[in-house]
Design a protein. Structure first.
Length: 279
């Protein structure tokens, strides 16, 4: 009976997640012509990947993008969760408003920020001009493009972190707050030694989810910059998308997909190890 109840969920996970992953790894072992598998090439695509400077650059871009996005989203989410956990007027209204970015799709988010940051007719550029400040093309400059996209991704992801951390804060008993006050702990000491350790598991779960989400990010980057300018924002997932559906090198693109899959597994295992640690 337990297996019968578990079977639908297991089949769904296998069909949606496991089978495509295995299919992609198998495809990476073949040369392809469009979507058709041709000759078996073994690990030749992986050997090419090690020598491919473009792929190595995309990997570095992905690591910067993911680490910057996840760390900033968690910090912003944690700060807002601590603020929203306190009783103050219109708190529920702000909770609802702050959840809006997570509800908006990646495509709409990219189009919205692309319009806001447009150097010719965007409202931010107009406001800077009215203040006699320099108008910069943040998405068109190789130096500022990646930090700008990280900021946009943080704006899109922080509500997820905020919501889960806020829910975890509600489970912390008031007696712990009273006990720390009686012991003479300051607000920072209470946060450092009481609140933060109790939020550890929630923060790690948020980190796992957002890391996997960011490593697989294609729509936001592709819509805003297409991986440019000069490859400054070409992350692994974007490069794999281009190779598969622009160059039709699906076998090699599947190799990049396998690399992303392996990185997600590695980061997930590391986070779980931290979760299981006693301190």
């Amino acid at each position: 009976m337990p297996l019968a109840f578990l079977a639908p969920a297991v089949l769904l996970v296998v069909g949606i997640n496991l089978y495509p992953a295995i299919f992609g790894i198998v495809t990476s072992l073949f040369e392809t012509r469009y979507a058709q598998r041709m000759a078996f090439t073994g690990l030749s695509h992986y050997a090419e990947l090690i020598r491919d400077e473009r792929a190595i650059g995309a990997l570095k871009t992905s690591l910067v993008f993911v680490s910057g996005s996840v760390s900033c989203a968690i910090l912003v989410g944690l700060g807002l969760a601590l603020l929203l956990a306190r009783p103050w007027p219109l708190r529920n209204l702000f909770r609802t408003v702050l959840l809006t970015p997570w509800v908006i799709s990646q495509t709409v988010t990219a189009l919205l920020w692309g319009w806001l940051l447009n150097p010719l007719y965007g409202p931010i550029s107009f406001a800077l001009g009215e203040l006699n400040l320099p108008q910069a093309d943040l998405l068109g400059d190789p130096v500022t493009a990646l930090p700008t996209i990280i900021g946009i991704n943080v704006w899109h992801m922080f509500p997820f972190a905020m919501l889960l951390i806020l829910a975890a804060l509600q489970t912390i008993g008031s007696e712990l707050v009273e006990a720390s006050r009686i012991d003479g702990a300051s607000a920072w000491q209470h946060f450092r030694y009481v609140t933060l350790p109790l939020l550890k598991r929630t923060i790690m779960m948020v980190a796992i989810t957002l890391t996997i989400y960011s490593f697989s990010q294609v729509t936001l980057i592709y819509t805003l910059t297409g991986g440019g300018p000069l490859g400054a924002t070409e992350a692994l997932a974007v490069l794999a998308f281009k190779l598969a559906f622009t160059d039709w090198r699906i076998g090699y693109a599947a190799t990049l997909g396998a690399l992303i899959f392996a990185l997600n597994l590695a980061f997930g295992a590391a986070y779980i190890r931290v979760l299981r640690s006693p301190t």
